[in-house]
Design a protein around this ligand. Sequence first.
Ligand SMILES: *Cc1c(COP(=O)(O)O)cnc(C)c1O
Length: 229
Amino acid sequence: MIQENLRLVTQKIDEAAPPEKRGKVKLIAVSKTKPVSAIEEAYLYGIRDFGENKVQEIVEKFDLLPKDIRWHMIGHLQRNKVKYIIDKVALIHSVDSLRLAEEISKEAQKKGKVMPILIEVNIAHEDSKFGVSPGDCEQLIRQISLLPGVQIRGLMTVAPFVENGEENREYFKAMKQLYVDIMTKNIDNVYMDILSMGMTGDYQVAVEEGADYVRVGTGIFGERNYQPG
Ligand SMILES: *Cc1c(COP(=O)(O)O)cnc(C)c1O
């Protein structure tokens, strides 16, 4: 089932990709709440990028799985937990404050590394969502760009939950526009080469609008069962 889902999702991404992006869009398999065995199965079929939203889960799975996996932190990150994942994740997608970036900078320097990050944007101005508002994005990027030990690589968004992914097209267009606007500013230490957007319900639309990374969970692993309590 995971194999068939992966084949289907990959095919749909290929079909949606604009010519210049064909074969280059990265699929991140969002494995949050899913067991190690499910990740091993996706790994067997060639997936190396996995997304998780909880520090504890990354730490546990990291130890049990092959070391060539690239772990993506896609969930809200508390400053006091940065130290647990700084040497385990390949990319942090969810940076939305200077204070969090400063903590990442501090911990990365301790390990002698430079941590690639994305800035999370709340493109639809939803009260329930994390992320910087589009209007504050450039200023935040300019501040973070001055920190040692972190490197901004692009933008990420979690679009509204909708029945029909088409409804999010305007938000993906707005993300692409913001991404290009910031790229054009040529800010030192800012490399705009990753636009992370699109989930199970809307990844094809996101790819059509220029996503470089899509984050798909349910569409690969099936529905998530959250344990009560
Ligand atoms: C859970 C999650 C996803 C994947 O969601 P699906 O709808 O299952 O594909 C993508 N991005 C983030 C930030 C998530 O938390």
